[in-house]
Write a protein that binds this ligand. Structure first.
Ligand code: ATP
Length: 235
């Protein structure tokens, strides 16, 4: 579904990613893990067209989309949930839902959203910026099913949220993955990410240091070898 081939990328003259290759096959979940500053967000920015790689190729559903902008990626079936939620805070919840919806399916999107996240039901007329962090994240997650994507790219959706809300978010991601949508997931909750993922990729200082099945990583000392115990401690 998504392939990144020999990606070198960064900001200005600063190289952050070096020769990174990974793939997210159809209908699978890949967890991209690594310590702070490893380059995970940068990799998602390359994948979703926010930044152009210095070299290497981005292949989406068989098409070379290297250097294409985010709107092009979204028309080709990519749904991107950036860190920081990506909602419109000064619009109402309802208007946010309408914007996330394909044309003509607005009512169905609102219906599905309030069924999946009852907390949003009573808040449709409220400004999205006045929702709690968890509610804002739920609102942003609606996009992952409303836009009928082929692949969802998710950056730290659980950041700063209470564990009970994180559970609900992971349930939603699992439901989405179960419908055959591919997922590329960056997540601080390593154990939860591995439970959801089919495969995992470890990034350290901008380089891939491990790619394999999520099972291989669970309970293995690969993590400790590369990152020390502290990252696994974030459960
Ligand atoms: P974290 O978990 O802390 O978000 P990460 O693995 O997602 O880390 P990135 O956010 O991709 O890592 O950052 C990798 C490196 O790129 C860091 O050294 C960071 O300072 C740098 N960087 C990130 N964004 C920019 C930017 N817009 N301009 C310049 N440098 C940046």
């Amino acid at each position: 579904m998504l392939e990144l081939e020999h990606i070198t990328a960064g900001y200005g003259d600063t190289v952050v990613l070096r020769d990174v290759t990974l793939s997210v096959p159809d209908s699978t979940v890949l967890a991209l893990l690594g310590p702070n500053g490893a380059g995970k967000t940068t990799l998602l920015r390359v994948a979703s067209g926010v930044i152009k790689p210095m070299s290497g190729r981005v292949i989406l559903n068989g098409e070379d989309v290297t250097g294409k902008r985010p709107y092009y990626m979204s028309r080709r079936g990519m749904c991107s949930l950036p860190e920081g939620r990506g909602i419109f805070p000064s619009l109402t919840v309802k208007d946010n839902l309408i914007l996330q919806s394909p044309k003509g399916k607005e009512s169905a999107t609102i219906e599905k959203a309030v069924t999946s996240f009852p907390a949003l039901a009573t808040r449709l007329k409220q400004m999205a910026g006045s929702l709690s962090g968890g509610e804002q994240q739920m609102l942003s997650l609606v996009r992952t099913f409303a836009s009928e994507p082929k692949i969802v790219v998710v950056d730290e959706v659980s950041l700063g949220l209470a564990p009970i809300i994180v559970d609900r978010i992971f349930e939603t991601l699992a439901e989405i993955a179960a419908t055959g949508v591919s997922v590329l997931l960056v997540e601080q909750y390593v154990t939860r990410a591995l439970a959801l993922a089919d495969s995992a990729c470890l990034l350290n200082r901008g380089e891939v240091v491990f790619t394999g099945s999520a099972d291989e990583l669970e309970g293995d000392e690969i993590f400790e070898r590369y990152f020390g115990v502290e990252i696994r401690a974030i459960q």
